[in-house]
Design a binder for this molecule. Structure first.
Ligand SMILES: C[S@@+](CC[C@H](N)C(=O)[O-])C[C@H]1O[C@@H](n2cnc3c(N)ncnc32)[C@H](O)[C@@H]1O
Length: 230
């Protein structure tokens, strides 16, 4: 189990569905802010969703008429099965890939996507792969395209061990919608797989890639939404 960084997502999707439906990671608030930004882009948009999970929220905040192409990737086949259903209104323009997001990005066509979206997945990558993420995003984005990132981020000045203690403390006391066993699994996943950065570090990686306009859209504790433009 410890050798598989996303064991919890590969093994079952049910725990994360509870996290989403109980809004434990502030999807409702962060995605409301993302919706406002997307509403200003009537499309038709080519959208790449990296670590798309079951696409519950992105499927609700994008209008089918606004999307020319939606390409989602995730390593969890369970999540993609649910995503397929959630994205039915988007018809044949949906492509779902059970693949690593960095590999998908590296093969993405140049100058193709209007929006690269990633929700709560980037923090699973190493810092080096996070840099590759932004570099490849910039390459695959069309003119006026943007990266929209929703993710957990460290507070400025906060180190990972302190984050792990505080976040897992919150899971223990506030995530009562999960069973004790589920909370234990989540906490183990966080200890093994969460490598968040501060907003400043993420902004530096985006800047290095040529994405120099960076705007915070929303923040609820460690849960943040940002957009990055060239
Ligand atoms: C916390 S879930 C987020 C799902 C969805 N984007 C959301 O915002 O609700 C993180 C997802 O990232 C996926 N993931 C993690 N690392 C990945 C990688 N390297 N490539 C593709 N998917 C990855 C996991 O399988 C999981 O479905």
């Amino acid at each position: 189990m410890k050798t598989d960084p996303i064991y919890i997502f590969r093994k079952t999707w049910a725990t994360y569905q509870k996290v989403i439906s109980n809004n434990l990671m502030f999807h409702r608030e962060t995605l409301t802010a993302v919706r406002k930004l997307l509403d200003s882009r009537p499309g038709p948009l080519n959208v790449l969703d990296l670590g798309c999970g079951d696409a519950t929220h992105i499927g609700k905040i994008l209008n089918p008429g606004q999307v020319a192409e939606y390409c989602g990737c995730d390593l969890s086949p369970y999540a993609l099965d649910v995503a397929r259903k959630n994205l039915e209104p988007f018809g044949i323009s949906v492509h779902l890939l059970c693949r690593d997001m960095v590999a998908v990005l590296r093969e993405a066509p140049e100058n193709h996507f209007d929006v690269v979206y990633s929700g709560y997945a980037l923090h699973h990558l190493t810092t080096e792969d996070k840099q590759t993420f932004f570099t490849e995003c910039q390459r695959t984005l069309r003119e006026n395209g943007c990266v929209i990132l929703v993710d957990v981020m460290l507070e400025e000045g906060e180190a990972r061990p302190a984050y792990l203690d505080s976040y897992n403390g919150m899971v223990a006391t506030r995530w009562k919608a999960l069973t004790k066993h589920e909370r234990d699994q989540v906490q183990e996943h966080i200890r093994n797989c969460d490598f968040p950065e501060t907003p400043t570090v993420i902004q530096t990686l985006a800047n290095n890639a040529g994405l120099t306009i960076c705007r915070r859209l929303e923040k609820y504790t460690w849960h943040e939404a940002w957009c990055y433009f060239a």
